[in-house]
Design a protein around this ligand. Structure first.
Ligand SMILES: Cc1cc2nc3c(=O)[nH]c(=O)nc-3n(C[C@H](O)[C@H](O)[C@H](O)COP(=O)(O)OP(=O)(O)OC[C@H]3O[C@@H](n4cnc5c(N)ncnc54)[C@H](O)[C@@H]3O)c2cc1C
Length: 496
């Protein structure tokens, strides 16, 4: 008899684990509440305009390639990947535009043009952060299920390079003399929904990763990765149940024994893999008596990432601006303090624009284009009433975008649009507090101190996704799927 596994959620983490386990011969049922796979990485389609709901930067491609390799497949056979270079356009309020590149020669010329003198410091940055990356990456490949993991040779060798006690901004400021160059290499802490002034300096590897190995866009959007994984899952004999919300994880004698669906059917299985947002899953799917470490009150006290206000615009024209664009507030530090500390809406917000059709015309009808707008905002612990603020904030962001000379006439060219607010992330996407980048990556919520891949509260259960180790972001989420599948395979070997 095949061993059985129930997976809750077909986001990137759940799909990775489901594919790997099905490939290894487990009998896998994957339950997804929505009518399509992907979760925050789902496709959003409005009248022929196709958007990625969430992730738009694919980095550290090698980790995804490794997953496909383990599945006995080549990534390139399934996805057409475009390298985006220059990586993005960074625009500052004084009119400075900076176009970082993953091509070293191009990058050094660009630094010389915009931030003269910092090009030699950039070489030092690459050298030091590269060394750090080489120590850290092996630590992200293994679980931290016991305190003993901290005494492994691997971890002890990496320890001096982890820079837990410094923050991303201070570490990078020590390389560069131009303030805007410092911001250009530290804003990536926002990929974790954190402030560069608080995020542990361990994560200076984020700018290094994109500068060294680049950023990719799969034709059709990043959601193609999730749809491809769903196909592979079916090819490996897995059973995907769309529009099938799980209501509760069944726990008996301290072990997960299956799930109860919203339609009241009970599915028994040998193990359960949880991909639904961690704090949501705990508060909604697990009776409190089974999670003393993660009671509602304790979860509330944890630190969470910021949220995002999203605008998806279908346009009747294509603007000639780069694929990825970041526009910084005049006082970026103040903007970050407002998002993370005072938790209010900034008068002058920073925002990100994705003009994907400049690379990928498949996303819109001929002659038209999509514009994806992401504005980092406080998570829902702010108490902001988004029903009241939504329209005014939308208008403010459109007005801000129209202040870019190339986009002055944007309002006249919007054919369709959709807004997702932090309140929507919480109610429609089941993301606790709308904190879309999960639990913050503070030193108290990383490695052994993050909810563990082999879940510590009850047996036969495994976490995958941004809420567990190694953390938020697609490459690490794919890695969480691998780590948890390996643990499950070790705990519940198949007997053929
Ligand atoms: C706006 C935004 C931009 C981002 N940009 C990037 C980026 O550029 N690059 C990057 O690497 N990362 C990015 N991320 C971060 C991260 O990579 C994605 O959020 C990723 O999709 C999270 O994957 P996951 O598997 O952890 O969770 P999810 O994608 O949230 O998957 C969880 C799944 O569980 C399902 N579910 C929930 N409750 C139930 C239930 N009761 N029953 C059944 N199913 C349920 C959900 O519907 C969902 O499909 C971004 C995130 C957001 C929100």
């Amino acid at each position: 008899m095949k061993k059985t596994v129930s997976v809750i959620g077909a986001g990137p983490g759940g799909l990775t684990a489901a594919c790997l386990l099905a490939r290894r011969g487990y009998s896998v049922d994957l339950f997804e509440k929505n009518d399509q796979v992907g979760g925050r990485n789902a496709r959003l389609e409005i009248d022929g305009f196709k958007f990625d709901t969430g992730p738009t930067f694919l980095m550290l491609l090698s980790l995804l390639e490794e997953v496909f390799h383990e599945l006995g497949r080549n990534l390139e056979d399934y996805l057409e990947l475009k390298r985006i270079d220059p990586l993005y356009r960074l625009r500052f309020s004084d009119g400075t535009d900076f176009h970082p590149s993953s091509n070293l020669g191009v990058m050094l010329d660009e630094i010389k043009r915009v931030f003269p003198g910092d090009e030699k410091h950039y070489l030092k940055f690459l050298e030091n952060e590269g060394r750090k990356f080489d120590y850290i990456i092996p630590c992200l490949r293994v679980p931290y299920s016991t305190p003993g993991a901290f005494f492994s040779r691997r971890f002890l060798r990496a320890l001096p390079h982890l820079d837990f006690m410094k923050n991303v901004y201070d570490r990078l400021a020590s390389y560069f003399s131009h303030e805007q160059m410092r911001i250009s290499t530290s804003f990536q802490a926002k990929y974790l929904g954190m402030s560069p002034w608080h995020c542990p300096a361990t994560f200076t590897i984020l700018p290094y990763i994109e500068h060294k190995w680049g950023i990719f866009h799969p034709i059709g959007g990043l959601n193609e990765i999730s749809h491809t994984m769903a196909r592979i899952f079916a090819e490996e004999g897995g059973r995907l149940h769309l529009s099938t919300p799980v209501e509760q994880i069944l726990i008996e004698n301290g072990r997960a024994v299956g799930v109860r669906l919203q339609n009241q059917r009970e599915i028994r299985s040998d193990s359960v893999v949880i991909n639904a947002d961690f704090a949501y899953a705990m508060t909604q799917l697990v009776p409190e008596r089974h999670r003393p470490k993660y009671t509602d009150a304790k979860l509330k006290q944890r630190e969470y990432s910021c949220s995002t206000f999203m605008l998806y615009l279908g346009l009747d024209k294509l603007y000639d601006i780069p694929h990825h664009n970041v526009v910084f507030a005049k006082d970026y530090h103040q903007n970050i303090r407002e998002i993370i500390e005072s938790k209010v809406l900034s008068a002058d917000p920073s925002y990100y624009l994705q003009n994907a059709c400049i690379t990928d015309p498949t996303l819109a009808p001929p002659g038209k284009s999509t514009l994806y707008v992401l504005v980092p905002v406080p998570n829902n612990s702010s108490g902001i009433d988004w029903h009241r603020e939504k329209q005014a904030f939308r208008d403010k962001i459109i007005a801000a975008i129209c202040r870019n000379p190339e986009l002055r006439d944007l309002s006249e060219h919007i054919e369709v649009e959709k807004v997702i607010t932090p309140a929507d992330w919480e109610t429609e996407y089941h993301v606790y507090q709308g904190a879309v980048f999960n639990l913050s990556h503070t030193i108290f919520q990383m490695l052994y101190l993050r909810p563990r891949n082999r879940f510590e509260e009850f047996g036969a259960s495994y976490l995958v996704g941004g809420g567990t180790h190694p953390g938020s972001g697609l490459p690490t989420i794919y890695q969480s799927g691998r780590i948890s599948s390996d643990l499950l395979t070790a705990d519940l070997p198949q007997k053929f």
